[in-house]
Design a protein around this ligand. Structure first.
Ligand code: SF4
Length: 404
């Protein structure tokens, strides 16, 4: 359906918008969340799909609409993104101004649906070209995009994105690559053996939009050709790694798969690949010589958590079995929320069963004065001891980078 302020256009065509106009969607048919209780293929080794799964393509998000700004159209990378999206059936709208507007619905939920069905191709603002430290994950944060097509009910981005959660992908990738050498050797972490590290998944899931953006492949090749003590890092809940397997990564990229126990991933991680599919993708990348990792997050003491996390690590161990030269790390992040993220998440997911009870948590103040709620020390200690023991038992070859 054509949107107010827009000329009609076909789903695969290009339409031109009036200044500052943006289309409104009228339906909610974005990829639905994955509900709890899906069957698990206990006996199937990750990387060895069942016949039914072999026929299933990796999870790919197709936005209903792609908005491209005039500034983004000046970049070849931006135009290529729009062309790829159009080829996949998205309606591409050429905006006449660089500001995204008209993306608010009547309710937070409607705004959310509209935003999560939209990809905006924009130019990264100058602030994105001044990299920020991002401990404990990496020395520096490099953003290829902002926003994510998935529907995690605990989303880390809630409360930190300005405006509706539209996925914005940056067209001026050459400019972003151009600033990286300024940070070479400027270390903010103590993990000296990793070189200067750059994290590309702070504000997006880069693999979730890679079939549209192509940015990750460019970045991986860039680091592969960069003869320096550097490392690229990114994490994902998707599994479409096929196009990345043959890239000249030079061993300078570490891909971590965000994984969780089934009661958490099955209930709260809508629109993502299943955990076993992520583990299968991890195996493929490890066999292709990539450094790999598990980001176990957010760790939650849900009912039956000990058995559920044990099961997760058993499946992870199965996924990496027999991989020659495996370089595996583990990062563990417990669940936390802020007053702002709680408010946003309850608007997006009004029926969520996610526990966000300030009364059962400890409040911590950040160095910028913000408040966040984490598990109380006895809970935290119990989680940490149990999960670290599970890692030691099932993944003895893994290096645990941090627990937070
Ligand atoms: S994958 Fe990450 S960024 Fe995307 S919805 Fe889930 S938590 Fe948010």
């Amino acid at each position: 359906m054509a949107a107010p302020g827009l000329q009609p256009g076909s789903r695969s065509g290009v339409t031109r918008a009036e200044p500052d106009a943006a289309p409104h969607l009228t339906s909610a048919d974005f990829p639905s969340g994955r509900g709890p209780g899906r069957p698990r293929d206990e006996d199937r080794a990750p990387g060895a799909p069942s016949p039914a799964e072999a026929a299933r393509a990796p999870k790919r998000w197709i936005p209903r609409q792609v908005l491209i700004t005039p500034a983004a159209r000046e970049w070849e990378h931006g135009r290529a993104i729009a062309e790829r999206a159009a080829a996949l059936g998205a309606e591409v709208v050429e905006l006449r101004a660089n500001r995204l507007a008209g993306l608010s619905g009547a309710t937070p939920r409607e705004t959310y649906r509209l935003a999560k069905s939209t990809l905006a191709v924009v130019v990264a603002p100058p602030s994105k070209l001044r990299l920020q430290p991002i401990p404990p994950s990496a020395d520096w944060r490099v953003d290829l995009a902002e926003g994510c097509p998935a529907h995690c009910q605990y989303c880390y981005l809630a409360g930190s994105l300005q405006g509706p959660p539209v996925t914005r992908v940056y067209a001026n990738l050459p400019e972003i690559l151009g600033v990286l050498p300024d940070y070479l050797g400027r270390r903010t972490l103590k993990r000296a053996h990793e070189g200067t590290t750059f994290e590309a998944s702070c504000y997006t899931d880069p693999l979730g939009i890679e079939h549209l953006s192509g940015s990750l492949a460019v970045l991986i090749r860039h680091f592969g050709a960069w003869e320096a003590d550097v490392g690229l890092r990114w994490t994902t809940k998707y599994d479409a790694v096929g196009p990345l397997l043959d890239l000249a990564h030079g061993g300078r990229t570490r891909v971590r798969f965000s994984v969780n126990a089934e009661p958490v991933s099955g209930r709260y991680e809508g629109g993502t690949a299943r955990v076993d599919e992520r583990l299968g993708a991890l195996r493929q990348l490890a066999l292709a010589g990539y450094r790999v990792g598990l980001t176990v997050a957010p760790v939650m003491p849900v009912e039956g958590w000990v058995e559920a996390y044990e099961d997760l690590f058993v499946r992870a161990a199965r996924a990496i079995r027999g991989v020659p030269g495996l370089d595996l790390t583990v990062e563990c992040i417990t669940h936390r929320f802020t007053p702002g993220s709680k408010e946003v998440l309850q608007g997006w997911y009004p029926r969520t069963r996610l526990e966000m009870d300030e009364g059962s948590r400890s409040a911590k103040t950040s160095k910028f004065g913000g408040r966040k709620y984490v598990y109380r020390k006895p809970v935290m200690d119990e989680l940490k001891a149990a999960v670290e023991q599970m890692v030691a038992t099932h993944l003895p070859q893994a290096e645990v980078l941090y627990w937070t």
